[in-house]
Design a protein around this ligand. Structure first.
Ligand SMILES: Nc1nc2c(ncn2[C@@H]2O[C@H](COP(=O)(O)OP(=O)(O)OP(=O)(O)O)[C@@H](O)[C@H]2O)c(=O)[nH]1
Length: 308
C-alpha cells in the first residue's frame, strides 16, 4: 500500500507578516509603540509587497500606532496613481517624496486636529522607511504596464487585450450589461509602406491610434493586436450605440489630415462590429467581429459591417 503523501503549504507572505506582528486584518486598536521600534517594524513590513496600494495602506495603518491620523492621500501622476485612505479632514501635512533626485510622488497626512512640531518630526522620520519599498513598487508597476503596452502607438497590446477582454466579458455577464467590440484595420496599408517606407507606415499607425483615442470616451479601450489591426472595447455599449461609435471612428480617420512629403494621405479604415451574445465566449465574439471586418473589406473597404 502506498502511504498517503502529506503536503504542507506555507503562505510565506502571510507567515512573514504574522512574525512581524502584522495580522493582515485591520486591527481595531493597535498597540502604541516607540518611534525606533515602529521604524524597525515598518522597514521589514513594507518589504513584503511590490504593490503601491498595499504599501501605502500598510504605512497608513501602522503609522497610527504612533501618530493618530484621519486620512492619508498619495498620488503619482505619471503612474496614474491617486490613492485615498480614511475620511477627509481639516488639517493636512503634505510631503513631496524624492530620492536622489527621483520623484516618488506626493503624500498628504490629514487630521481634524492640527499636527504639532513633534508629530511632524515623527512622521518625517517614518517617511524614510517608505522610500525604497515605494521606489521598487513604482518600478514594478511601470514594468508591468510597459509589458502590456504597444510602444509605437501607446495602446494596449495583444496580451493586454486578451486579459482585459476576458475580464470585461465576465463583468458584462455578471452585471447583465451589454458589451461590444469593433475590430478595425487600415485600408491598403501595404501600399503606404511600399510607396513611402516603413517609417511613414509607423507614423500613420501612430496618427490612426491617436485619432481613435481622441474620438472615444475615456472608459473605452484601444488595443493594437496585429500589424495594422486594432480592437476597440466598448463596455456597457449595445449594438446600436457601437454602430454609432464605429461610424464616428471611420469618419475621424477619413478627416485625418496626415501629411506625407507635404501632401495629405488618403486614409480610411474598415470595421467589423460584434455585440456579446448571452453565454458567448471571447473567442466567438472575436471571430464574429473578424468575420464582419472581412465582409467590410470585401464590400469595398472604408465601411462598417455589423456581425449577425
Ligand atoms: N510600418 C509598419 N507596417 C506594418 C507593421 N506591422 C505590419 N505592417 C504592414 O502592414 C501591411 C498589411 O498589409 P495587408 O495585410 O496586405 O493589408 P492592407 O494592405 O492594409 O490591405 P487591406 O487590409 O486588404 O485593405 C503589411 O505591409 C505589413 O508589413 C508595423 O508595425 N509598421
Amino acid at each position: 500500500m502506498v502511504p498517503p503523501i502529506q503536503t504542507n503549504t506555507i503562505d510565506f507572505d502571510a507567515a512573514k507578516l504574522q512574525r512581524l506582528g502584522f495580522s493582515g486584518k485591520r486591527q481595531p486598536k493597535l498597540r502604541p509603540i516607540s518611534l525606533a521600534e515602529l521604524r524597525r517594524q515598518l522597514t521589514l513590513q513594507l518589504q513584503t509587497s511590490l504593490e503601491v496600494e498595499r504599501i501605502v495602506s500598510l504605512f497608513f495603518s501602522e503609522v497610527q500606532r504612533l501618530v493618530p491620523l484621519d486620512a492619508l492621500g498619495y498620488q503619482h501622476q505619471s503612474s496614474d496613481l491617486r490613492l485615498e485612505y480614511g475620511s477627509r479632514s481639516n488639517h493636512s501635512a503634505g510631503y513631496r517624496l524624492t530620492h536622489e533626485g527621483e520623484y516618488l510622488g506626493e503624500l498628504i497626512f490629514r487630521r481634524n486636529q492640527r499636527f504639532d512640531e513633534h508629530e511632524l518630526n515623527q512622521l518625517e522620520s517614518l517617511l524614510a522607511t517608505l522610500l525604497f519599498p515605494l521606489r521598487n513598487a513604482l518600478l514594478y508597476r511601470a514594468a508591468i504596464q510597459s509589458a502590456l503596452r504597444d510602444p509605437l502607438t501607446d495602446t494596449g497590446n495583444r496580451i493586454a487585450m486578451e486579459q482585459t477582454l476576458q475580464r470585461e466579458v465576465d463583468l458584462a455577464r455578471r452585471n447583465l450589461q451589454p458589451m461590444s467590440v469593433l475590430m478595425l484595420d487600415i485600408d491598403h496599408f501595404k501600399r503606404i509602406n511600399d510607396e513611402f517606407g516603413h517609417g511613414t507606415g509607423d507614423e500613420v499607425l501612430k496618427a490612426v491610434a491617436n485619432t481613435l483615442k481622441t474620438r472615444l470616451r475615456n472608459v473605452d479601450m484601444v488595443f493594437r493586436f496585429g500589424g495594422e489591426e486594432f480592437l476597440v472595447l466598448l463596455s456597457g455599449t449595445c449594438r446600436e450605440a457601437a454602430a454609432l461609435v464605429g461610424e464616428r471612428l471611420r469618419m475621424g480617420i477619413l478627416e485625418l489630415q496626415h501629411l506625407v512629403q507635404g501632401r495629405p494621405l488618403d486614409l480610411s479604415i474598415s470595421l467589423g462590429c460584434a455585440t456579446l451574445l448571452p453565454a458567448e465566449s471571447v473567442e466567438s465574439l472575436l471571430r464574429r467581429a473578424d468575420n464582419a471586418l472581412y465582409v467590410a473589406k470585401r464590400e469595398g473597404r472604408n465601411r462598417l459591417s455589423m456581425a449577425g
